[in-house]
Design a protein around this ligand. Structure first.
Ligand code: ZN
Length: 327
């Protein structure tokens, strides 16, 4: 049986509904984990309000892409989900090293320990701490996916260790592995590395190529390998306008990759309406989908991006495996 793990529990993939696959409703920072003022998303009331606006516009679910140990705020996410009715798929994993202060445990943790930590978060419950010292306090709600990040420094030994741990946890748990792709990094090289780790490339989601990789031949090659791409440069004129985003989506549809595209906004504090930002979490439903329709993208294709594809990629087989399988 296939299930999707949300922060409030497991659901059938068919229950997921309309889902934006890479968002942020909490980047709080606790202890000495530094989150700059303009990056903080830390007001439970405002984030709940944003989720309610999204629900009103027709949203059912979202993926919160902040991993453990960097201000994820599992309790805040759970409360937002309970109060707004929005299903949240939370993340374990790791972010770009630039976000972690000197001395953070992420730099010294061993591959095995990291893999176990990720698996515990997927199987038993997310940790409530870890921003400062190694996570100790078992919490509530399980993570539903592994979020990782490929930085422009490439697959240096420290990133190899992190990706090896994430791949091991993804293999054991069967969950999706999401990767932030930084401009100037090598996503094809990473896909080779993860393949060598024994990971099925169909379980991978590579994010932000619509602003990180201009050469669309790379997008097509990743899709040809089975990888799903998450695009989110929507309502972000500092990168490009929405017409250009629609043209990219059309190009990928013409190449035959309808089933490997996810769409989202990758919200920041400055882009959440309830924090005084723009365009808000409901922008896709209110403005971008109408634009896609005007550009000739069908309702069936739109349903594939926001319902069918998330329901498939975030689903995993519900069969118990034990931790000894991590090697
Ligand atoms: Zn993000």
């Amino acid at each position: 049986m296939k299930i999707i793990t949300t922060i409030l529990g497991d659901i059938a993939p068919s229950e997921l509904g309309f889902c934006q696959s890479h968002e942020h409703l909490c980047i709080a920072g606790t202890g000495n984990f530094p989150v700059k003022g303009e990056e903080r998303i830390d007001d439970p009331e405002k984030s709940r309000e944003e989720a309610a606006l999204y629900r009103k516009a027709g949203g059912d679910a979202l993926v919160d892409a902040q991993p453990v140990g960097c201000g994820r705020g599992a309790v805040m996410l759970r409360d937002i989900s309970q109060k707004s009715g929005i299903r949240i798929i939370a993340s374990t994993g790791f972010h770009k090293m630039i976000y972690y202060p000197e001395g953070h445990w992420i730099y010294t943790a061993r591959t095995d320990d990291l893999a176990r930590l990720f698996i515990e978060e997927l199987r038993e419950g997310m940790y409530l701490d870890g921003d400062r010292a190694y996570p100790q306090k078992k919490g509530i709600g399980r993570a539903g996916q592994i979020k990782t990040a490929l930085d422009s420094e490439g697959l240096t030994p420290r990133y190899q260790k992190l990706f090896a741990a994430a791949a091991a946890a993804a293999k054991v748990s069967g969950c999706a592995l999401m990767v932030h792709i930084e401009k100037g990094s090598d996503p094809l090289g990473l896909s080779d590395y993860l393949f060598k780790q024994g990971l099925a490339l169909e379980r991978l989601i590579f994010c932000h190529l619509d602003r990180a990789v201009a050469d669309t031949a790379v997008h097509r090659e990743l899709c040809a390998r089975g990888i799903t791409l998450e695009y989110d440069t929507v309502g972000r004129p500092k990168y490009h306008d929405d017409d250009r985003e629609a043209a990219l989506i059309t190009e990928m549809l013409e190449a035959g990759y309808e089933k490997q595209i996810l769409l989202s906004l990758d919200t920041t504090r400055a882009r959440l309406r309830s924090y005084g930002g723009t365009p808000g979490l409901s922008y896709i439903l209110e403005s971008f989908i109408p634009l896609l329709r005007r550009r000739g993208i069908s309702d069936s294709q739109i349903g594939t991006f926001f319902k069918e594809n998330p329901a498939r990629i975030f689903a995993k087989t519900n069969k118990p495996k034990n931790f000894n399988e991590v090697s």
